[in-house]
Design a protein around this ligand. Structure first.
Ligand code: SAH
Length: 230
């Protein structure tokens, strides 16, 4: 009996680590077949996608689908983006050590975690209070000390912490908010889906050089709408 009691926690640990290794395998497969195979080459982005446990950012009932090639619901009518889109937006933002990033639309916190694996600090804003609370708790639990969460309307950015080398907006609008352009650092890059929030948008990259902003238009994408606090 005594031996049996000793063995129980060991069995539980074994089961847990087997589960972890299954998710790890699924994650490696995701990076190879959905991300590297489709042209993402930035080593830092690939490494970050390999490290962040995406199955812990989706509702438990969707954990087994966490590494599949699609967005998933995260409650409150919001979604976590498809893995490829997260990797693509991350690579487009040119993340690197020493940089400071702002994300609008924390959602589950997944994109913030991917960025935080690479850059020095990520500031992230979420407009749904429950999601803001849940994602902050999740990121703390996972040990991300370089992410600063805030509840509110990200349209106006975070002027007290500006300028940002990277701004990623993960919700769609028909224009890029003027305050975000202002808060972009010299040499900084802003990535955002712009177009009809109800249908399809285009991924836009803004670059600021010598105070001048240039725009690059990329792939068609579908994001949930950027909302405003009344
Ligand atoms: N980046 C998220 C997914 C984004 S879904 C992730 O990795 O899981 C888009 C998110 O933007 C939703 O959670 C939505 O509530 C939020 N959002 C919409 N409008 C916003 C605004 N004005 N300010 C901040 N967050 C906003």
């Amino acid at each position: 009996m005594k031996n049996f009691l000793l063995i129980l926690p060991l069995l539980a640990l074994l089961a847990l680590s087997q589960e972890d290794s299954r998710y790890l395998q699924a994650r490696n497969r995701m990076v190879n077949s959905q991300i590297a195979a489709r042209g993402i080459t930035d080593p830092a982005t690939l490494r970050a996608m390999e490290r962040v446990p995406r199955h812990l950012f989706v509702p438990a009932s969707f954990a087994s689908e966490a590494y599949s090639d699609r967005p998933l619901p995260i409650g409150y009518s919001q979604t976590i983006s498809q893995p490829f889109i997260v990797a693509y937006m991350t690579e487009l933002a040119r993340p690197a050590k020493g940089k400071k990033a702002l994300e609008i639309g924390t959602g589950s916190g997944y994109q913030a975690a991917v960025l935080a694996e690479i850059v020095d600090t990520v500031y992230t804003i979420e407009i749904v209070p429950e999601l803001a609370r849940e994602s902050e708790a999740r990121l703390k639990m996972l040990g991300y000390r370089n992410i600063v969460n805030r509840y509110g309307d990200g349209y106006s950015g975070w002027p007290e912490r500006a300028p940002f080398d990277i701004i990623i907006v993960t919700a769609a609008a028909d224009h890029i908010p003027e305050p975000l352009k202002k808060q972009l650092a010299e040499g900084g890059r802003l990535v955002m889906p712009v177009g009809d929030p109800a249908t399809v948008q285009q991924l836009i990259v803004l670059t600021k050089r010598k105070g001048k902003i240039t725009e690059q238009r990329l792939e068609p994408v579908r994001f949930v709408p950027l909302r405003r606090l009344k």
